[in-house]
Design a protein around this ligand. Structure first.
Ligand SMILES: CCCCCCCCCCC/C=C/C(=O)SCCNC(=O)CCNC(=O)[C@H](O)C(C)(C)COP(=O)(O)OP(=O)(O)OC[C@H]1O[C@@H](n2cnc3c(N)ncnc32)[C@H](O)[C@@H]1OP(=O)(O)O
Length: 179
């Protein structure tokens, strides 16, 4: 979902000193899901977009989720009026549970490869963004959720002792590929 006045066209442009992505984007080619796991509100008057993660129950980062996230970041990146992006969660108590472990459990090497490429694309998009990016961490954020927030320029976390954040994935026997 991309809520703002005027629909974004996928035009090539150069604004704020940044080159825009080509119209046909890797994430868009991959996206064949109609479900909306990300809601974006863009405030023209401030130039700040808020991206709400709304993938129940815990915003786990599936291939579909990562694809939708990348497409939305790309769209905002192409909008010369958008200067800032706040990433937050609509789910209670959880920012993101990290990678959707069902995407890697018992899957073929090809499918795992596709999934890890999508993970890489997500953090490269956020880390390389020309927008000022802020993770408003309003719940637990283990492993991939922590990675996602680390790729933002700033992180603010809700002060609640029940919320945890960190790179705990090795406890599950998961090691990120060599990027
Ligand atoms: C910038 C430079 C780059 C540097 C590179 C750094 C390297 C980084 C590498 C990153 C690799 C990342 C790996 C991962 O992310 S692996 C996943 C790790 N995640 C977890 O271990 C989270 C486990 N979950 C929890 O701790 C809790 O669920 C949580 C605290 C998130 C929420 O607790 P809550 O009590 O609210 O909810 P439940 O536990 O009851 O869960 C609800 C249902 O959601 C399912 N679930 C939870 N987490 C996941 C997940 N990660 N994937 C898929 N499904 C998940 C859970 O099973 C429940 O399902 P059911 O209702 O069906 O039982």
């Amino acid at each position: 979902m991309y809520a703002r006045s005027g629909l974004l066209s996928q035009r090539s442009c150069s604004s704020h000193g940044r080159e825009c992505a080509t119209p046909v984007l890797a994430a868009q080619r991959r996206n064949n899901s109609t479900a909306t796991k990300i809601a974006v509100e863009f405030d023209q008057s401030t130039g700040v977009a808020v991206m709400r993660l709304q993938g129940p129950p815990v915003n786990s980062l599936s291939l579909d989720f990562l694809t939708e996230l990348c497409i939305n970041v790309e769209k905002l990146e192409m909008d010369k009026n958008c200067r800032g992006l706040i990433l937050t969660s609509s789910q209670p108590k959880v920012f993101s549970a990290g990678l959707d472990i069902m995407e890697i459990y018992g899957k073929s090497p090809e499918r795992c490869g596709e999934f890890w490429r999508a993970v890489q694309e997500m953090w490269l998009k956020l880390y390389g963004s020309s927008m000022v990016t802020i993770a408003a961490i309003n719940g637990s954020s283990p492993a991939g959720g922590c990675l996602m927030s680390m790729t933002c320029d700033y992180r603010i976390m809700a002060d609640n002792p029940r919320y945890s954040i960190g790179l705990n994935e090795t406890q599950l026997g998961i090691v990120a590929p060599f990027w």
